[in-house]
Design a protein around this ligand. Structure first.
Ligand SMILES: [Zn+2]
Length: 186
């Protein structure tokens, strides 16, 4: 998988995805499998579903590229996507805002008052099971990793921080496939 860094405040839809692909020099991308640059070409498209607050379940047509050096294919996704999740990065961060951490005791827990407020404030496109799964994955896996690498829990820095230290998107599960970040502006 190749992740294109994009402003997380951009709305994710087919139009913004095509704009992102059009302004990316696909041929210059590095293959996540063989790490060779300059051998990647457009190959195919596939659909994936994302849960959005305004439009409900939205189907996005995602580009798949092929590395002509090693023959592997890779999806090209914007950094507003978390691999193998239908929930956007922004929504992940909003769910995680229901977590309190105590710096003195290094403890972390779900603030149930914040969670109740969250559930009543427009996130009806996410099921309670999805929200619990996100909270559990953050508390049991990602929180300690953010703390140890001093990665702030802010949408502006978390993507590049997690790729730099853990070679994967924030909240991506550890068993998911290789993922590299392409950030032409940095
Ligand atoms: Zn390759």
């Amino acid at each position: 998988m190749i992740t294109l860094f994009t402003d997380s405040h951009n709305t994710l839809n087919q139009k913004s995805y095509i704009t992102l692909i059009d302004k990316t020099d696909i041929h210059s991308l590095t293959c996540p499998s063989c790490h060779q640059a300059g051998h990647v070409v457009k190959h195919a498209y596939y659909y994936r579903t994302l849960k959005t607050p305004v439009d409900g379940d939205v189907s996005l047509c995602i580009l798949r590229v092929k590395c002509q050096f090693c023959g592997k294919t890779h999806a090209v996704v914007p950094s507003t996507i978390v691999p193998y999740s239908q929930v956007s990065l922004d929504d992940h961060l909003d769910v995680i805002s229901c977590v309190d951490h105590d710096d003195k005791t290094c403890s972390i827990s779900v603030n149930n008052d914040k969670l109740k407020h969250f559930l009543s404030s427009g996130y009806f496109h996410l099921s309670i099971i999805t929200i619990r799964n996100i909270l559990n994955r953050f508390i049991h896996y990602w929180w300690s990793r953010l703390v140890s690498a001093l990665i702030p829990l802010s949408c502006d820095q978390i993507v590049q921080g997690c790729f730099k230290h853990y070679s994967r998107q924030f909240m991506q599960c550890s068993s998911c496939i290789q993922n590299i970040l392409y950030a032409p502006s940095t």
